[in-house]
Design a protein around this ligand. Structure first.
Ligand code: ADP
Ligand code: MG
Length: 489
């Protein structure tokens, strides 16, 4: 899985091409009501220190008790990543001091994680599929938060997040560009959201990544990497990689060498800067947490969870291509969110699926994006969009009128069929009525009629005039036929 990148992904340096190599450690907050080892709430945005149990505050003598829901979510995520599930895993203490870590250690998993190797398939816009190896997934506690801006001379601490369950998903160094990495995180987010194991809300910190970057000449062994900590948006992940790769190439081309170090990304400047180097690196003195037994379950438990997994994005995409005849690209766009895929299916069922895909992707998404709305907040329900498509299919309205109707439904609401009736939007199929309009236009433009006899291109002009004067409500083909007869061409 260490194949050299396609030439297009290489970065041009002053002395030739470089390949960037990226591996991500993604921290995903587990969707669960309670924390990993306590019953305190995981709800976002409470008053500081309002969701803190004695365990989370590390009061002496308090003992952690594993929350089975978090274990299930980690297993389900592992299954979604086609990964090996370890029937026995161990919780370790990772020792370090930090003001927002009252225990003085984080409970994590080190040598024996709950989930082993797996894989994610990432479709790139150009049609390439990047296979990203998953190294492991382990469960660990989140830390609290220091508040430095509440008082002129003191820092405060908020322990609401302390003890919330995180899944750390570690990829192999299989990514070869900022775009690869961004698409991988997007795909991971989609899978987690389908599974309901993490809400993927990056603004709330539910998903963040440590980004490992190195560069090498194509074909050479892996270079020394730097780790950029805690990047919390997909766009920033891309910017951090671009900047870091350039920085490393600059050093190497000047004859220097890369120091393995931990760096921070500054979104304001678009730069990474050093946080600590290898000499300052922590020695965490991992050891199995004596307060917790090894985590054990049997295969039947895993099989039961597997049997109840929802249809995942890759399978859904394959089904959309197979059953609806969609292009891989359109299917990929439609399955990126479960709610979108459901909406599309409701519209497409029993109808022209390609037309349905066009309407959902172009009209609906276009409108939703413009207003920054989620599909759940769409003023046009799947049922109503389906009604618009039915009106087109029956020949009641033209495609052009359908777009106007969509606008009306979007801004004013209401049932499409009723709107067509009430506003007289029906396509005129009565040839007598069409002929009347054609006659009027022909009579009013004798010069153009004469020209049309020698220049057929003018036919288009006549069609346009008829469409315009009928408000787009006539069938263009019928207009064409009538005009040809009338003009004798
Ligand atoms: P550690 O445990 O010290 O953080 P790991 O070997 O577990 O180190 O790797 C952590 C992450 O760094 C993984 O996502 C891995 O893919 C990535 N990684 C390892 N070596 C490199 C490298 N040379 N270049 C880029 N990423 C790398
Ligand atoms: Mg690491």
């Amino acid at each position: 899985m260490n194949a050299p990148a396609k030439t297009s992904k290489l970065i041009k340096g002053a002395s030739g091409d470089w390949e960037v190599v990226i591996g991500l450690e993604v921290h995903a907050q587990v969707s669960s009501k309670a924390k990993l080892f306590s019953g305190a709430s995981t709800e976002f945005g409470g008053e500081p220190n309002s969701h803190v149990s004695l365990v989370d505050a590390a009061m002496p003598g308090m003992l952690p008790v594993i929350n089975e829901e978090c274990v299930k979510q980690a297993i389900r995520t592992g299954l979604g990543l086609k990964a090996r599930i370890n029937l026995k895993s161990v919780f370790d203490r990772k020792n370090y001091f930090y003001p927002d870590l009252p225990q003085g250690y984080q409970i994590s998993q080190y040598k024996s994680p709950i989930v082993g190797e797996g894989e994610a398939m990432v479709d790139m816009p150009g049609g390439e599929t990047v296979h990203v190896g998953i190294e492991r997934l382990h469960l660990e506690q989140d830390a609290g938060k220091s508040l430095h801006d509440q008082h002129p001379s003191m820092s405060f601490v908020d322990l609401n997040r302390s003890g919330v369950a995180l899944m750390e998903i570690v990829s192999k160094p299989d990514l070869r560009s900022a775009d690869d990495a961004k698409a991988y995180v997007g795909k991971l987010r989609t899978i987690l959201r389908y599974l309901g194991t993490c809400d993927g809300d990056m603004e709330k910190g539910s998903l963040r990544a440590d980004v490992n970057v190195s560069v090498r000449r194509p074909g050479e062994p892996l270079g020394t990497r730097c780790e950029i900590k805690n990047v919390n948006s997909i766009r920033f992940i891309g910017q951090a990689i671009e900047h870091e790769a350039r920085r490393q190439i600059g050093i190497l081309e000047d004859g220097g060498k890369i120091d393995q170090e931990t760096r921070l990304f500054d979104p304001g400047k678009g730069e990474t800067r050093s946080m600590r180097n290898k000499e300052e690196a922590h020695d965490y003195r991992y050891f199995p947490d004596p307060d917790l037994l090894p985590l054990e379950f049997d295969q039947a438990y895993v099989d039961e969870l597997k049997a109840h997994l929802p249809e995942l994005p890759d399978e859904k995409k394959a089904r959309f291509v197979r059953d609806f005849g969609l292009s891989a690209y359109d299917a990929g766009v439609l399955v990126s969110e479960r709610a979108t895929a459901d909406y599309f299916e409701a519209v497409a069922k029993g109808r022209d699926a390609k037309l349905a895909a066009n309407w959902v992707i172009n009209e609906l998404f276009g409108r939703l994006n413009k207003e920054g709305k989620d599909i759940a907040a769409s003023p046009i329900t799947a049922e109503r969009l389906a009604a618009i498509l039915d009106l087109i299919a029956e020949g009641t309205i033209s495609g052009k009128i359908a777009k106007d109707l969509f606008e009306i439904c979007w801004s004013e609401g209401g049932d499409p069929r009723a709107i067509v009736e009430a506003r007289g939007l029906k396509q005129v199929t009565d040839t007598g009525a069409i002929a009347k309009v054609v006659d009027e236009i022909v009579a009013a433009n004798p010069e153009k009629v004469a020209q049309a006899k020698t220049n057929e291109k003018l036919l288009g002009w006549f069609v346009g005039q008829v469409m315009k004067s009928s408000g787009g409500k006539v069938n263009p083909q019928a207009v064409n036929d009538l005009l040809r007869k009338k003009l004798g061409i």
